[in-house]
Design a protein around this ligand. Structure first.
Ligand SMILES: Nc1ncnc2c1ncn2[C@@H]1O[C@H](COP(=O)(O)OP(=O)(O)O)[C@@H](O)[C@H]1O
Ligand SMILES: [Mg+2]
Length: 201
């Protein structure tokens, strides 16, 4: 096997192992984690008034964002959700998400707002982007589900050293590994928030 395929299979085995770990969390552990995430977010992340926050709806044992989203709404912060781009199909758009937003299920069975171009926020106009992830390491490297959607969406952001949005990964503590094998296209994170920790790079 060549080095590229070696790396690919190591990445895949980490993905499978950590995805299983987070799916095995009990419902009571998930709800306690969701509550701690909400508290930890407001303790560590200072957002401007009316800030625009990109978030995600949890799937596959990911850290549950529902309590955090309710609190963001309560504080009059604007929430945006990823929508798979209707033409490119491999990048994400961020559309405003409110309590009564019409939703649809995407090709992965994940809920996303029904596309309405008027409600799309350009990436650079988000203040904070909260990213789901499968694993993270002590350097702020992120491993996703393997689709590369966030890497492609953020490629220009990374190359051109944009300063907003601030990229913050959300994860359970059990999703931390020592060192992740990375690829040239992986976009690293500026911070990670878990139910108990705030890591900042
Ligand atoms: N900026 C990019 N341009 C083109 N293809 C990309 C880019 N970023 C990622 N990809 C593609 O997406 C695939 C999945 O990326 P990977 O980093 O393994 O997934 P994830 O970030 O979801 O863990 C890669 O095999 C790569 O070909
Ligand atoms: Mg990647």
């Amino acid at each position: 096997m060549n080095n590229f395929n070696d790396q690919k299979s190591i990445r895949q085995s980490i993905r499978l192992e950590i995805r299983e770990k987070r799916r095995n969390l009990q419902a009571c552990e998930q709800s306690a984690a969701a509550n701690s995430l909400k508290l930890n977010f407001f303790q560590h992340i200072k957002t401007p008034k009316n800030a625009r926050i990109g978030c995600y709806l949890s799937n596959d044992g990911e850290l549950d964002t529902s309590l955090l989203i309710q609190e963001l709404w309560h504080k009059n912060l604007q929430v945006f959700m990823p929508v798979i781009h209707p033409f490119s199909g491999t990048t994400l758009l961020f559309q405003s998400y409110e309590k009564n937003s019409p939703m649809t299920t995407n090709r992965y069975g994940i809920l996303e707002p029904k596309l309405n171009c008027q409600d799309i926020c350009p990436l650079a106009e988000l203040d904070v982007l909260l990213l789901p992830l499968v694993a993270f390491d002590k350097h702020g490297n992120r491993m996703g589900m393997g689709g590369g959607y966030y890497d492609r969406t953020l490629a220009r952001y990374y190359q051109e050293h944009w300063r907003t949005p601030k990229l913050i990964g959300l994860a359970h503590d059990c999703q931390r590994v020592d060192t992740l094998p990375t690829a040239a296209w992986d976009v690293p994170l500026q911070a990670i928030l878990t139910p108990t920790q705030f890591y900042c790079w």
